[in-house]
Design a protein around this ligand. Structure first.
Ligand code: CIR
Length: 253
């Protein structure tokens, strides 16, 4: 169970955020409303929300998930793979230090975006991607092992981050799309398969028995409900334009 979430408000500079799609530039006012609704959904799931002010220096800083990995026993501040995002970690550190005694940090030449890390109980799957390199992943694993946690690497073929295509919904259940449907590492899980027309919805978040699903993906929502979960939906269309999903917008712990 989670009790808290850390978030950062989107800044006006988000319109200059990194993006690989042709979905257009996000509308800042709509993004703010969507962010309000996202915070509300987390609260409805029982979380206390710690909301940092926007940081206009970093257009992608609303995607706070990438800046740290929060586990039950320790926190790891990352070293984001994109040069333009490196400075985002500086202001997250004091917030995390309020809640964690054991805080580690990834150092050069390691790079890690925590959107590449999926927690499954005491094991952490780490996507090896354009943002997360082997050196960074090995540093993560060595910090986890200090606390009797484990980690393993998983190669990504096409996606930005591991959790762009797979989400753990507890109860040994994965929500998975595309390249993750056939990964040998995931054979022992019950898999809820994402219809290719709804690939974006592979990034959902489990929060205390509920699953938050992006608005506009009815097939996925139905499948998750059929698997016995209560769902909530939040529209995150403006964050999608920057390749961001539901998980990227908070650090839940
Ligand atoms: C980026 O390219 O870094 C941002 N525009 C999107 C980050 C999304 N984060 C995530 O999937 N964990």
């Amino acid at each position: 169970m989670f009790s808290k979430a850390i978030l950062r408000r989107p800044g006006k500079s988000m319109i200059k955020g990194l993006r690989s799609s042709d979905l257009g530039i996000p509308d800042y006012d709509i993004a703010l409303k969507q962010h309000d609704n996202y915070i509300e959904a987390l609260r409805l799931c029982g979380l206390d929300t710690i909301v940092m002010e926007a940081d206009e220096r970093y257009p992608d800083s609303v995607f706070v998930e990438d800046t740290s990995l929060l586990t039950p026993f320790c926190a790891i501040i990352t070293r984001p793979g994109a040069e333009s995002r490196r400075g985002e970690t500086e202001s997250i550190r004091p917030v995390i230090e309020e809640y964690y005694k054991a805080v580690y940090e990834i150092t050069s030449p390691g790079t890690v975006d925590a959107g590449d890390i999926m927690m499954v109980g005491s094991h952490f799957f780490i996507g090896s991607s354009e943002r997360t390199n082997r050196e960074g992943a090995e540093q993560v694993i060595s910090f986890l092992e200090i606390h009797d946690l484990t980690g393993s690497l998983i190669e990504l073929e096409n996606l930005l981050h591991l959790k762009t295509g797979v989400s753990y919904l507890e109860k040994n259940t994965l929500l998975a799309a595309g390249e993750f449907l056939k990964k040998k590492e995931f054979h022992s899980f019950d898999i809820i398969e994402i219809d290719p027309s709804e690939n974006y919805a592979a990034n959902c978040i489990w929060v205390n028995g509920n699953v938050i699903v992006p608005k506009g993906y009815p097939l996925t929502r139905k499948k998750i409900e059929a698997a016995g979960y209560h769902t909530l939906t939040v529209d995150v269309s403006e964050f999608r334009k920057l390749d961001g999903g539901l998980s990227c917008l908070s650090l839940r712990f």
